[in-house]
Design a protein around this ligand. Structure first.
Ligand code: NAI
Ligand code: MG
Length: 493
């Protein structure tokens, strides 16, 4: 039994200042298995008092603790050891992640592998944070130093729980920051499990604090806290807008990843079989609970009818099932709330467009938040189902005439996270790549994501970039240093 878990009831504590603690109020809240609708754990219900305790620990660890003077090599080695621990425990973590989110076990295993890779990548990057010599026109040396931003507050969603934690913690720790991470209230378990190893791998107390709670009572006080220097957030656009306003009073640095309504564009000359798979995979992976889901499927008119028919035929074969079943391609949605939201969009869609497939609850399951993979076609881009992020397995297929119209529709969205273009014509592909206003554009694929390459959006999909060297930059301050080499007094009087 790992630390922080009390006997058989799976009541977790949270991890603050290197200790397992209850919430100050002693309140807890339940965590569910979305396939059975049963409670699988209780976790502390943290509020502002707990936030204060965690921030004080993170601040002390940054200012007075050994982490502040740890070398980049030492920070890197901590991350390598953590990466190794995660690799050794992939099976356990993947199973917990799958049970708690409803995602297929096979996908959860890929997630945990990516978690390990993320810590490993930033372990390597810790020793490659470079300064600069500024060529000032004087007898002086002007330097640019990179320094950790300080205490980072990190608020993450429920669709890739441990992976989102890694995307936030790994660059922050490589940079030398200390962290308070708040997992989503639906899915706090895997990051609490990971906290069992933090001391063993060499993290001093207070460097990483994990607090479990709800958005308004735990997330908001973290955002408003004057001793938190930076907030990194992934979640809904609605909450992202609140966070920017709340962070203004203390002029916090903020980075936001707010999802999207990403276009997946199919030209008539695309490889047809690959295209159909790409359309389905792009929007149904992880039950469609993906910020970069290719939820607007733009198809050129000559292949449009055939495309909708082929998508529909293949969608019938998507295997829904228990998350832990290795054949399952789609599990239940994460929560009752998310199920209700997606179900309501299915109904909206029936009024706005034509239904090719799905459109309701997956009735073969007596329990669980299962919905059918759903395909709407003849959708206009002004429809709600084409404009609003659904975050579930709901595809909207939109016809287009030519390249110009495809780009126009693609860009006609408040969001700009990702896009994909399918064609055999390299000239056409690259014209589209340049014309599309999005932070990520894939050609003849959709969704591959690598820790080496930047992730983040244009427009209302947010600002700042995660992953790669861009990700570490968001946790660094820039200090200008001027060293005078003239020994004579300043000629002012
Ligand atoms: P949400 O944005 O409310 O939750 C994300 C995180 O923010 C959670 O940790 C939550 O506790 C926290 N949070 C909520 N309100 C907060 C506040 N006032 N201050 C500080 N933190 C706060 O997302 P929710 O309600 O779970 O899902 C609603 C919709 O959001 C989804 O249907 C989807 O469209 C979108 N979403 C987008 C994600 C993305 O990856 N971009 C991830 C999750 C949801
Ligand atoms: Mg919410």
């Amino acid at each position: 039994m790992p630390g922080g878990v009390k006997a058989d009831v799976r009541t977790y504590q949270m991890y603050v200042n290197g200790e397992w603690v209850d919430s100050k109020s002693n309140k807890t809240f339940p965590v569910y298995d979305p396939a059975t609708e049963e409670v699988i754990a209780q976790v502390p219900d943290a509020n502002a008092d707990d936030v204060n305790r965690a921030v004080a620990a993170a601040k002390a660890a940054f200012e007075d603790g050994p982490w502040g003077s740890a070398t980049a090599q030492e920070r890197g080695r901590v991350l390598f050891r953590l990466s190794e621990k995660i690799r050794q425990n992939t099976a356990t973590l993947a199973e917990l992640e799958s049970r708690n989110t409803g995602k297929p076990i096979v996908e959860a295993e890929f997630d945990i592998a990516d978690v390990a890779t993320c810590f490993e990548y930033y372990g390597g990057l810790a020793t490659k944070i470079l300064g600069f010599v500024n060529p000032v026109p004087d007898n002086a040396v002007s330097l640019t130093l990179k320094e950790p931003i300080g205490v980072a507050g990190q608020i993450i969603p429920w669709n890739y729980p441990l992976l989102m934690a890694a995307w936030k913690l790994a660059p922050a720790l490589a940079a030398g920051c200390t962290c308070i991470l708040k997992p989503a209230e639906q899915t706090p378990i895997t990051v609490l499990e990971m906290a069992n190893w933090l001391a063993d791998v060499g993290l001093p107390p207070g460097v990483v604090n994990i607090i479990t709670g709800f958005g308004e009572t735990c997330g908001a006080p973290l955002v408003q806290h004057p001793d938190v220097n930076k907030i990194a957030f992934t979640g809904s656009a609605a909450v992202g807008k609140i966070i920017v306003k709340q962070a203004a009073d203390t002029v916090k640095r903020v980075t936001l990843e707010l999802g999207g309504k990403s276009p997946n564009i199919f030209f008539a000359d695309a490889d047809f079989e690959a295209a159909i798979d790409g359309a389905l995979f792009g929007v149904f992976i992880n039950q469609g609970e993906v910020c970069s889901a290719g939820s607007r499927i733009l198809v050129q008119k000559p292949i449009y009818k055939q495309f909708v028919d082929a998508m529909t035929e293949k969608a019938k074969k998507v295997k829904l099932g228990a998350p832990l079943d290795r054949d399952t391609k789609m599990g239940p949605l994460v929560s009752k709330d998310q199920y209700d939201r997606v179900r309501s969009y299915q109904e909206v869609g029936k009024k706005e467009a034509k239904l090719a497939f799905g459109g309701g609850r997956a009735e073969q399951f007596a329990k669980g938040y299962y919905v059918q993979p759903t395909i709407f076609y003849d959708v206009t881009n002004s429809a709600r189902i084409a404009r609003e992020e659904i975050f579930g397995p709901v595809a909207t297929v939109i016809p287009f005439e030519d390249e110009k119209e495809a780009v126009k529709i693609a860009n006609d969205s408040p969001y700009g996270l990702a896009a994909a273009v399918w064609t055999r014509d390299i000239f056409k592909a690259f014209r589209a790549v340049k014309a599309i206003r999005a932070g990520i554009v894939w050609v003849n694929h959709m969704q591959p994501t690598y820790v080496e390459a930047p992730w983040g959006g244009y427009k209302q999909s947010g600002f700042g970039r995660e992953l790669g060297p861009w990700g570490i930059e968001e946790y660094l301050e820039t200090k200008q240093v001027y060293i005078n080499l003239n020994e004579a007094p300043i000629a002012w009087y």
